[in-house]
Ligand binder design. Structure first.
Ligand code: SF4
Length: 391
């Protein structure tokens, strides 16, 4: 068996923790979360997450963490439990000086007490799920908060001295361009130095998708969503928040270091139900995700924990990528970023022909030794990424 020393070159420096609790389900959501945050369930979740952290630690994955991201679900709903998890994590892994520690929050469960508890636990950044500053749009999305509460939550984060990121959704049925423009302007006025903008995705089986299928709600219009993405890019750029990834904007220096790691092909650990992680093949073998003699062509291993509170007793789903697939995946991930991908990486992935075709269609462009996604390519991002992945 390989030793832990085999994995020391690139020990995971990034950790995701999934919180599986929400007060209620939003109409569009298919993330794994339960609308039961009773003490017994949340305490059990803390114990199991920390047991999982020790499991990784015992397998030599004790890197110094440069970023930790606690997502969900609604981490702010169980802020004191999140603080307990962060304390346990920092006992198991070193947290590097200056680490970025982000917690997702919902406006209806964020207050001075929860912010103080998160800050004392080492949190540096709060990503607030505002989604819209229009109460009609918030109603369509089944959110529990109104626009006034959302603005207050953003102010509270800044007051607590934490970095503020705001999440917004566009392309919602009934949402007008005027409403969207006002939402962006209000997001800018909160002083957020990071904004994420996602077009609404109708996920099968969600109440919103059922209402659309049943003709009760108008289906989202992709052209309107595209106009809204363009409006977001222009308005946020004017306010000093530059796009750095297909859905993310920041004041220079305020980019999410955790998300940048996801798009850079570096290993990261994951704790909690439905959490996804990624390791180099040597690390995956040490951890026992795959056997030492399995998959001789493997270069990278992705896994996801079961979407169940009993996740630690259930098998993980493991995906093994060959060196060729890793090269293609890195190009695909790089094209999500504004700075794009180096020509030599495209060559190494044998994707020159695909990129030339995408270039001819105006979806990517080559300049100064790099391939970058164009404005049109951003709007058709899924098509670009899929064609690169398929080679
Ligand atoms: S708060 Fe977030 S995770 Fe919870 S139901 Fe709503 S969208 Fe889903």
């Amino acid at each position: 068996m390989s030793s832990a020393a085999d994995t020391s070159a690139r020990l995971p420096a990034h950790l995701y923790v999934h919180v599986p609790f929400c007060r209620s389900k939003c109409s569009y959501c298919d993330f794994f979360s339960l609308s039961d945050a009773a003490e017994a369930a949340t305490s059990r979740w803390v114990a199991e997450v920390l047991a999982e952290a020790r499991w990784w630690g015992a397998r030599g994955m004790r890197g110094a963490l440069e970023t930790v991201y606690v997502g969900g679900g609604t981490p702010s709903l169980v802020a004191e439990k999140v603080a307990a998890v962060l304390a346990g994590v920092s006992a198991e892994f070193a947290i590097a000086p200056g680490a970025e520690v982000t917690v997702e929050a919902n406006p209806d469960s964020l207050d001075a007490k929860s912010l103080a508890s998160l800050r004392a636990a080492g949190v540096t950044r709060v990503s607030v799920g505002v989604q819209s500053f229009d109460d009609t749009v918030l109603g369509m999305l089944g959110r529990r908060h109104d626009s006034r509460r959302a603005a207050q939550a953003c102010a509270d984060v800044r007051e607590a001295g934490l970095a503020l990121s705001v999440d917004l959704i566009c392309g919602v049925p009934g949402q007008s361009l005027t409403s969207w423009a006002e939402t962006i302007a209000t997001a800018v006025a909160t002083g957020a130095r990071h904004v994420s903008v996602y077009p609404l995705a109708l996920e099968e089986g969600t109440p919103l998708a059922v209402a659309v299928d049943g003709g009760i709600v108008e289906p989202p219009d992709p052209d309107t969503a595209a106009d809204m993405m363009v409006l977001a890019e222009e308005s946020l750029a004017r306010a000093g928040l530059a796009r750095y990834e297909v859905a993310n904007y920041a004041v220079p220096g305020a980019e999410s270091r955790h998300n940048l790691a996801y798009w850079s092909g570096v290993p990261y650990l994951a704790l909690g139900p439905a959490a996804h992680g990624m390791l180099d093949v040597a690390q995956a073998r040490v951890a026992g995700l795959i056997g030492n003699d399995d998959y001789p062509d493997a270069a990278r291993v992705r896994w996801s924990n079961a979407a169940d509170l009993e996740w630690r007793t259930l098998p993980r789903e493991v995906e093994v990528l060959t060196r060729e697939e890793v090269a293609r995946e890195d190009v695909m991930l790089g094209l999500r970023l504004v700075h794009g991908v180096a020509e030599e990486d495209v060559r190494a992935a044998e994707l020159e022909e695909v990129m030339a075709e995408l270039g001819a269609e105006g979806l990517v462009v080559r300049a100064s030794g790099r391939w970058r996604t164009t404005a049109r390519g951003w709007l058709l991002g899924n098509e670009v990424f899929e064609r690169v992945w398929c080679g």
